[in-house]
Design a protein around this ligand. Structure first.
Ligand SMILES: C=C(O[C@@H]1C=C(C(=O)O)C=C[C@H]1O)C(=O)O
Length: 410
């Protein structure tokens, strides 16, 4: 087992994490200015296949148990942390990874810290000096255009999915489409992340192993024995003025189609958490969550952990929820595999971080794009299809959901 030495010390307020991040390989988890950014790489653990999350949970327990940790801050994100991103599908060709940086800079509730991580037998010294902010590189703008799935192809696949639902094969399926583009050499990815973080301050802005985005949906957080999640499903556009915007929210709230879509998602989360939690409470009715680009139906879930499950065990139990796969899960996943003409990679998979004690914060990788080493960019957006779904409306919904990432690159 690799033996890590970890030291966290409190430092003066790090006002802004992003300028300290690596321009080309940013490791970032940020919401409302609080979060963590990782520099360098001490250890990288890769996983694939149906047991990718269970394998990660097991290996992480071993790595954490063998680590020598001194942490004077003791806040979520201090001490030993791994950033993670996991593929959506069991059959994905894209790897799932846990990355343990050499240095982590963190900030939460007015407290800032630096964590240094070294591998004891590697002979490398801890990163000595604190990094300094570097100016952003040149501006760039890229456009993203349909990839493996065309606009017409997507609508045909939605129509096909509706037929399967009406025939009784499946209750709900989430179908997505992809957009592709290419970054200029040397592009500073912090520009895209700054745009996302500024435009969507209440979302989790993330960047792990080239997967970047700003997600409104918390798959699960675990903190000191308490478990929370935010389930989203059911979407509507924002209105042009205050009155039509209010009407859009009220219509979403009273739409049986969206309520149905939503209930599948809530139920799948409750079913997955039940074996590990007690005293689970949810709001009685879904509420409307206002984002700059759209409205979502949302339900917050809160419970108490009753076993020694880590946040990695919980993402394994939860993924894929009906918000990103459909219901029943196995049939929905098989239909996605049949109808979507691409590998989702890490889109709609868990992205976040885990600490030495298993606590962590994980979002569903939505409103995301994968940036490859050669500069290729692929963005994804999808929507829940139920019996009443209309292809043109679902296409319009994907356009709304692409907006954060399209605007950030443009
Ligand atoms: C699948 C996506 O979003 C999910 C699907 C939603 C829906 O169908 O209404 C809403 C929020 C997310 O759970 C996406 O953004 O790509």
């Amino acid at each position: 087992m690799r033996h890590l030495t970890v030291s966290t010390i409190q430092v003066d307020d790090i006002r802004s994490l992003l300028p300290l991040a690596n321009p080309h390989h940013p490791l970032l988890w940020l919401r409302q200015g609080d979060g963590i950014t990782g520099l360098g790489e001490t250890l990288r653990l890769e996983f694939s296949g149906p047991t990718r999350m269970a394998d990660a949970a097991r290996l992480w327990r071993e790595v954490a148990a063998a680590a020598d940790i001194s942490d004077e801050v003791r806040m979520p994100g201090s001490g030993l942390v791994a950033f993670g991103t996991f593929a959506f599908a069991d059959s994905s060709a894209k790897s799932s990874v846990l990355v343990i940086p050499r240095m982590i800079l963190g900030r939460r509730d007015g407290v800032s810290w630096i964590t240094r991580i070294t591998e004891s037998d590697s002979g490398t010294e801890p990163m000595a000096s604190a990094p300094s902010a570097t100016p952003f590189g040149d501006e760039y703008r890229i456009s993203l255009t349909p990839g493996a799935e065309s606009v017409d192809g997507f609508q045909a696949h939605v129509a096909e999915a509706v037929e399967r639902i009406v025939a009784g094969n499946v209750d709900k399926v989430v179908l997505s489409r992809d957009l592709t583009g290419h970054l200029p050499a040397g592009a500073d990815l912090r520009r895209v992340l700054a745009d996302l973080a500024l435009g969507y301050p209440n979302c989790w802005t993330y960047s792990v192993d080239g997967l970047i985005g700003s997600s409104p949906e918390t798959l699960v957080t675990v903190s000191n024995g308490s478990v929370t999640a935010r389930v989203l499903a059911g979407t509507s556009s924002r209105g042009r003025d205050a009155e039509s915007d209010h009407r859009a929210a009220v219509d979403l709230q009273s739409s049986t189609k969206d309520q149905d879509e939503h209930q599948f998602a809530v139920q799948s989360v409750l079913d997955s958490l039940r074996p590990h939690t007690a005293h689970v409470i949810t709001s009685e009715m879904p509420f409307t969550l206002k984002l700059p680009n759209l409205w979502h139906l949302a339900t917050d879930v809160e419970g108490t952990l009753t076993d020694d499950a880590s946040s990695l065990d919980l993402i394994d139990a939860l993924h894929p929820t009906a918000a990103v796969a459909g219901a029943p899960t196995a049939k929905a996943v098989a239909l996605i595999d049949e109808l979507e003409p691409f590998d989702r990679g890490r889109y709609a998979g868990p992205v976040g971080w885990v600490g030495a004690d298993g606590d962590g914060e994980w979002a569903i990788a939505l409103r995301s794009a994968q940036v490859e080493h050669n500069g290729d960019v692929t963005a994804y957006a999808g929507c829940g299809i139920v019996a009443e779904s209309v292809p043109e409306k679902e296409l319009a919904e994907t356009r709304m959901k692409f907006r954060p990432i399209l605007d950030a690159f443009a």
